[in-house]
Design a protein around this ligand. Sequence first.
Ligand SMILES: [Fe+2]
Length: 386
Amino acid sequence: MQDFFEFGLGARILYKAGLVREMSSEVLRMGFDARRALIVADKGVIDAGLLDQVKEGLQDAIEIAGLFEDVPANSSVRAVEAGAALAIENGADFVVAVGGGSPLDTAKCIRILMTHGGQILDYQGYNVLDRRLVPMVAIPTTIGTGSEVTPYAMILDEEQNLKVAFASSFLAPDIAILDPEMTRTLPAHLAAATGMDALSHAIETLVSTEHNPFSDSLALHSIDMISNYLRDAIHRGGDLEARGQMLVAACMAGIACANSLFGVIHALSHAVGGKFHVHHGTLNSIFLPYGMQFNSAVVPDRYVRIALAMGVNIGGRSDAEVIADGIAAVRTLASDCSLPARLRDVGVPQDALEELAAIALTDGAIFNNPRSATQEELQEILVAAW
Ligand SMILES: [Fe+2]
């Protein structure tokens, strides 16, 4: 165990089917001195009609100061600055974000500018913020990012074509509302990609150099839930029990990684996602088996526990066999989710791999990987995954 660790719970977490329609009382119970909400959502949320539930949930108690819906698939500097300008112009004093990782991360960063002003890139990096931000309610409509509880945001800097990290305990939302009704219209391919993102959070957290007994317990149970419910959550979209289980599993994995950080899988995924704008969860799904294989050389006991949580039978077999079966179980889950297995399948050109390895080497996620990786080793993983 670590000599020192810290474990914090940022958001108040509420779970109930249909809760969004009655959320104003929960918002008021938080005692915020805020009554004018900027709603941040993307086109998918609006097209799915999910905003009606949010408006119904806020009515009477909360005024809607504005709706910012111009959120791209990968949250961007331009979107953050436009959203913040709208919030300030309309006198919003808190933010309600609805959607997947992109609207939630965009909303987190809009709060930075609502509170501090200036340009968003001035606040990139770790622990730059020095005080609380305007309040935020996060309503996830996907089943995996965990953004509703994490103190991070990844924002695409369009000028450099790079994903920029923002990390501060002040970034975590104040309330996370887990309402499986809000995932009912989530398409199968996004359920698959975001579900595998959640699995990558749990697995990377368990092997991170910063893991601790609190994050371990959340991550292990999250893996168990994902391996049992992700398939039904994808292939039986109306199965609110499966979608609810996945919402909770993703949130648990989010809390775990908020406290114990990421590793090589996210470093590679950020590099490729920044350059080629492939879905984050899809990339994590591709990199998971390779990252697990690479790291299992240094923390095999951790991968035995992961295999066990994936449902692998341990009895009388060597650690190496169990670990191999755990990695195979992750591959099978990704394949059952109809996700692509290789980088070539998602449009990444072979001649980009060297540059991608160099970018991944500088990504903050890699610093807590249990095995230090050279640029050559990262390139080997990229070549294998291509
Ligand atoms: Fe992720």
